[in-house]
Design a protein around this ligand. Sequence first.
Ligand SMILES: Nc1nc2c(c(=O)[nH]1)N[C@H]1C(S)=C(S)[C@@H](COP(=O)(O)O)O[C@H]1N2
Ligand SMILES: [Mo]
Length: 260
Amino acid sequence: MANFLKDIFTRNSKLSIDQLIMKKTMIAFFFFFVFAGAAFWGWKWLRKQPSASGKTSAPIRKILNTNEAIFRGLLSGKKLTKEYPVSMAANPARVNGNLGLTTPLDTANWAMNVIKANGDTLKIKLDEIRKLPHTRIVFNFKCIEGWSQITYWGGVKFSEFMKAYGLDKETDMKYLGLSTPDKQYYVGIDMPSAMHPQTLLCYELNDQPLPLNQGYPLRLIIPVKYGVKSLKRIGFMYFDNKRTPDYWADKKGYDYFSGL
Ligand SMILES: Nc1nc2c(c(=O)[nH]1)N[C@H]1C(S)=C(S)[C@@H](COP(=O)(O)O)O[C@H]1N2
Ligand SMILES: [Mo]
């Protein structure tokens, strides 16, 4: 052993071939144990970390957030989701998720409450939203649970809505928040994705008013995100420069951005 150690600190040129092989072997073993030890220690450390949001541990969440920020920067904004002919749209369309939809809805008195940056609340009825420029989209709606379906929606572009109601200060904020009238389901969305030209405040499915279980009177359709973000039955709309609360990100550690 002492000889091996001596070999390790002797210059290669002064060693015989056998001594040189032994030296390299010893060094290789040394690094193997150092890295194996570090990996094990690192894994134990990760296991001990508190989780930031229920399911995903804080350091892992940090790495995922950094990845997301990089890709969001690279892919941001302009890229359009692929569209399809109306003939390819599913009819009827699949229904998924009823959080915030089980509280009976007072359809006659429904209005979307838009909480402005100055704290004022606008109450906007469906008739008023129907007067804004109408847009259609047929796209492949993707759920995080592993299914997707080509579906056909109609409504007004979110960006047109913001313009029509003079919500410029709000458009300059970093995040949009939406919740159901009973506040049981809520989503947070980064403003660039909300302002994407294919994001709709949607009131039609297959040219008909939305069915109750698919968001009547008004829902979000945001093709650049997974389905979780397409909140059905909007009750409140609000804005913030910090991340607005998000049901699945807060409860299960799903990715806040849930981008595609
Ligand atoms: N209010 C509300 N909106 C919701 C959900 C929900 O549970 N409640 N589920 C989301 C999920 S996970 C998906 S995939 C889509 C499904 O929309 P669909 O029922 O029209 O297919 O709605 C989203 N919006
Ligand atoms: Mo979903």
